[in-house]
Design a protein around this ligand. Structure first.
Ligand SMILES: *Cc1c(COP(=O)(O)O)cnc(C)c1O
Length: 366
């Protein structure tokens, strides 16, 4: 069986280093927001080419606290792609703001700049864009629109660690870059973790307070914050894995190029290469009207796949009253997309075999 992902195998090469880090951590007896967090923040900021990094408990909190830090007026509208993972939209709802869905570009799956322009209103205060699947958004266009309408840009980089647009790392284009280190992400912890990067010193200071009950000086609360502190242990693990994130990304890029070479584009829609981007393929998705049959067929051949995502946000029961309108492009993606295995554990030969199996499905080997 070819697994879609196997986190035990992904992490096993680090066993020795993780054990050493755990021993140090236990001996030290400092468990939350300590030296490891501080060092990880410095190292991750430097990796991204950003001035500050604030370690947090999750990617959702990174998005949510980005919005809180901006202190936007009640009823502010935040533009967000209609095909994103639910966390992006949830952060806006939790912040008491209004998510306004913008359809993606079907070629890139990222928020469409034209759509952004159409949905801007006097209440719009920010674009929360998502570098979905590890594909960087076309930032030039979006930055121009943001300038024209005086909007903040918050970048959801949860699927795009190390991805670049015009040589500049995602998360450094807008005021905030929000990262998740959930175990499956390209840089994954052994539990929940997240971070915000920013170049703004005042915002960085505010975020350090917001993550810790609005407090920077013990028992003095300058803001109404939350508890979203990063654990020392996760920071220690992340520091070890950060050294390899480029290697992981390169491996995924190699596998992606094998898929692109081997898959027959008469049968399935293959992700397009974009100019001036360094993609990191958190997800490698193809699209086909026969998605469900293909998924079943592959499973029968011992190949596991996933769907990111099966239900569009505007069809989610919990969001019925919050997300109005119809989003045909997003719905089409959700109906036809299939994510193929593309992990550190997969070899080029396996990817070739998967691609050939997909081609055979369309050639009628049922
Ligand atoms: C994973 C993910 C998040 C949320 O991160 P958590 O760490 O799970 O809270 C947000 N946005 C996107 C696009 C994601 O893939």
């Amino acid at each position: 069986m070819i697994e879609y992902e196997d986190l035990s195998r992904v992490n096993s090469p680090y066993k020795q280093k993780f054990s050493e880090a755990f021993s140090r951590f236990l001996d030290k007896g400092w468990f939350v927001l300590g030296e490891e967090v501080k060092l990880f923040e410095e190292e991750f900021a430097s990796y991204c080419g950003s001035k500050y990094c604030i370690g947090l408990a999750s990617g959702l909190d990174a998005l949510y606290l980005s919005l809180l830090a901006l202190d936007l007026p009640e009823g502010s509208e935040i533009l967000v792609p209609s095909n994103t993972y639910i966390a992006t939209i949830l952060s806006i709802v939790n912040a008491g703001l209004k998510p306004v869905l913008v359809e993606p570009d079907l070629g890139t799956y990222n928020i469409d700049a034209k759509g952004v322009k159409e949905k801007v209103s006097p209440s719009t205060k920010a674009i929360m864009l998502v570098h979905l699947y590890g594909k960087p958004c076309k930032m030039d266009e979006l930055i121009n629109i943001a300038k024209e309408y005086n909007l903040h840009i918050i970048e959801d980089c949860a699927q795009a660690h190390g991805a670049k647009y015009r040589g500049k790392t995602v998360g450094t284009w807008g005021i905030f870059g929000a990262y998740s280190f959930y175990p499956t992400k390209n840089l994954g912890a052994l539990g929940d973790a997240g971070a915000i990067i920013t170049d703004d010193p005042l915002m960085a200071e505010k975020l350090r307070a917001l993550r810790n009950y609005g407090s920077q000086v013990k028992y003095k609360n300058d803001y109404v914050g939350i508890n979203s502190r990063l654990d020392e242990l996760q920071a220690a693990f992340l520091r070890i894995k950060l050294c390899d994130v480029d290697k992981i990304n390169e491996h995924k890029r190699n596998l992606a190029s094998i898929y692109k070479q081997e898959l027959n584009s008469d049968y399935v829609i293959i992700p397009k290469e974009q100019e001036n981007t360094y993609e990191v393929f958190h997800i490698f998705n193809i699209r086909t009207e026969k998605r469900d049959e293909l998924k079943q067929y592959l499973f029968g051949k011992g190949i596991k796949t996933e769907i990111h995502y099966p239900i569009p946000p505007n069809h989610q029961q919990g969001y019925k009253d919050k997300l109005q309108g119809s989003y045909p492009l997003s719905e089409e993606i959700h109906r036809t997309t299939l994510s193929l295995p593309i992990s550190l554990i997969h070899t080029g030969d396996e990817i070739k075999m998967i691609a050939q199996t997909i081609n055979r499905f369309f050639e009628g080997d049922l």
